[in-house]
Design a binder for this molecule. Sequence first.
Ligand code: SME
Length: 159
Amino acid sequence: MAEDLFINEGTKEDQYQSLLPQVKALLTGEEDLIANLANIAAALKTQFDFFWVGFYLIKDGELVLGPFQGPVACTRIQIGKGVCGTAWKENRVLIVPDVDQFPGHIACSSYAKSEIVLPVRQHGKVIGVLDIDSKRLEDFDEIDHKYLEQLLIFLSKSI
Ligand code: SME
């Protein structure tokens, strides 16, 4: 297993194409959910220097903060609340170019300007979400969607 990530400094697509095989190598042979989520958060934060990268996991009917990298964050989110609770409720990816324009956005930090949230699935069932926040407006697009989805599909086969 690689101990250090190789950091790519190319386009966003180059960066994902370099990062994904490295993350897959980290996940291969490891079935522990928390260990894998922790390494995914660390790898994304290291490559892209996003403001906040982390997971919320469904526990007793609400989202509870899981492994993350970045500043401290809100610990519990109800279904349908904020971007995370909406992505969970609607079982779909949400790209928010400007969080101030998202009704009900939960501001864990005033530095976060744009956000992407993807459902995390295990055996086809949503078990939580991956949430990434950026300090820049409009930082997420279909490239992030495509590669992050690939990563989460790989994760769901590993756990
Ligand atoms: N902004 C999120 C809450 C989680 S933090 O960004 C880490 C939301 O609206 O669901």
